[in-house]
Write a protein of this length. Structure first.
Length: 102
């Protein structure tokens, strides 16, 4: 996913350094749109050089083509993902969808 992390850290009112970052979003593609109107702006491997090149004075126009909607597929996963103590490969495998009676 694309994001920005400022080189300098901000300072709070009491001069405590505070780090911040932002994840960039774009309009949702057709698979995400039923759930939300925005989705993460995903930079593909073959787009890294263009995304990371900050010496181009025309940067906004030179990366405009990166805003194509990246396909996001999704599927149900186990409810075990809701517990931070669980950490194993099966958590990202598709789960059988159980019908709820109520």
């Amino acid at each position: 996913m694309s994001g920005l992390w400022p080189e300098d850290s901000a300072r709070s009112a009491d001069a405590t350094p505070s780090r911040s970052f932002v994840l960039l979003t774009t309009a949702a593609n057709p698979s995400v749109a039923p759930m939300h109107d925005r989705m993460p702006f995903i930079v593909r491997d073959d787009q890294f050089d263009c995304w990371l090149n900050n010496s181009d004075p025309q940067l906004p126009s030179s990366i405009h083509h990166l805003l194509d909607k990246y396909p996001l597929d999704f599927y149900p996963v186990s409810r075990e993902v809701n517990n931070v103590r669980n950490e194993h490969p099966d958590l990202i495998r598709p789960a059988l969808v159980e019908r709820e009676l109520f």
